[in-house]
Design a protein around this ligand. Structure first.
Ligand code: PMP
Length: 376
């Protein structure tokens, strides 16, 4: 078996230990004589797994009784729709803080439902406007003074790490902007579980699994019970957080294989020392990678302001697109994959999710030094 170094932005690489554990369980889960995907979601074996993954999330994140942990489907994009569906009644308004493309998508989806009642509370985009011009010039997070939250809004939505632009808020969410008493909703898809995070400023966070948590097909939603109590009730059951909460996320068949693999990933995180260990690991990788960029700053141009640089996704350009293509091709020859930037912005993107090995980043940094020397 020859596994490559996978720097893909999502689905991303998964910890080898989590995959190896799955090999046997795919055929015979815990000695039950059936593979994990073949078990009923109402049966004893899956029920124990379902409880275990919720317990792992609760303990890794230090969640107390005020939180509801939901295991849903449809990816983070379904949440772009489900949040306004659940929290915007006929007159209600919502605010959106934009620091990249994914926040724009969330806003666009809300606007499809409520039009101008979904408003931009602040943006760090320099382009002519959100949504119509996807990915317009985001090179930093917003500064607190650039955000004005409508005190009457039902929630304010933000994105902790913008995967396409490589723009990340720091891990002290209380300092991002002043939301007053308005509930803060955050898309944490691409930096979930990357470091210990104070969840106290949030009323709801959600993460598509396919970066730091497992395969796609699962989205974790953490919602405070007091916020959930404000949700509208006239919804199709399948889209109602309250219905899913009441049914322990088993209103319908969950993505059992994705839940299973995420369990393996979470226990790997625990084995390595939990979120403080992830933070140290990720900080080390990001330091190595950004140092390689900065050593050849004339050749590798990193557009993101240093204080907004993402620990998860580093983006940079080379002098020409032809050189970028040559970079990607030469890297693949060295066993390094997934380095092409998002199709909307081009360039190079290095995703350094939890499961990316520090040794891969060191190898990539050495490759970058070499490439710049030869081509620059
Ligand atoms: N939000 C963020 C921050 C993302 O990175 C992505 C996917 N790259 C999404 C939302 C959309 O996720 P999905 O494809 O699971 O709907």
């Amino acid at each position: 078996m020859a596994r490559v170094m996978n720097f893909g932005a999502g689905p991303g690489t998964l910890p080898l230990a989590a995959l190896e554990r799955a090999q046997e369980d795919l055929l015979d889960f815990d000695g039950t004589g059936m593979g994990i995907c073949e078990h009923s979601h109402r049966g004893k074996a899956y029920s124990a797994l379902h409880a275990e993954i919720k317990a792992l999330l609760t303990s890794l994140l230090g969640l107390d009784e005020s939180w509801e942990v939901l295991l849903l489907q449809g990816g983070a994009s379904a949440q772009f729709a489900q949040i306004p569906m659940n929290f915007l009644g006929p007159e209600a308004r919502a605010d959106y803080v934009l620091t990249g493309t994914w926040g724009e998508h969330a806003l666009a989806e809300a606007r499809r439902m409520v039009g101008g009642r979904a408003r931009v509370a602040g943006t760090s985009g320099t382009g002519p406007g959100a949504v119509a011009h996807l990915g317009a010039g985001y090179t930093r997070v917003v500064r607190p003074e650039e955000v004005t939250v409508d005190p009457g809004a039902s929630y304010v939505h933000c994105t902790s790490n913008e995967t396409v632009h490589g723009v990340q808020f720091g891990h002290v969410p209380g300092r991002w902007f002043d939301a007053g008493a308005v509930p803060v909703v955050c898309d944490v898809s691409s930096d979930f579980l990357a470091a210990p995070t104070d969840l106290s400023p949030f009323s709801l966070v959600y993460a598509g699994a396919q970066k730091n948590l497992g395969p796609s097909g699962l989205v974790v939603v953490l919602v405070r019970k007091d916020f959930l109590a404000r949700a509208v009730t006239h919804l199709p059951n399948i889209f109602s957080y309250a219905v899913q909460a009441k049914n322990d996320s088993l209103y319908n068949t969950p993505a059992t294989l994705s839940v299973y693999l995420a369990r393996n990933v979470l226990s790997w995180v625990g084995d390595l020392g939990g979120l403080p260990a992830m933070e140290a690991r990720n900080h080390g990788k990001a330091t190595t990678l950004y140092a390689a960029i900065d050593r050849a700053a004339e050749f590798y141009r990193a557009p993101v302001e240093k204080t907004s640089r993402s620990v998860m996704n580093a983006v940079f350009r080379l002098p020409t697109e032809a050189l970028e293509n040559a970079f990607v091709a030469a890297a693949e020859k060295e066993g390094m994959f997934g380095l092409k930037g998002h199709r909307s912005v081009g360039g190079i993107r290095v995703s350094m999710y939890n499961a990316v090995e520090p040794a891969w980043i060191s190898a990539l940094a050495a490759f970058m030094d070499d490439f710049a020397r030869k081509a620059g």
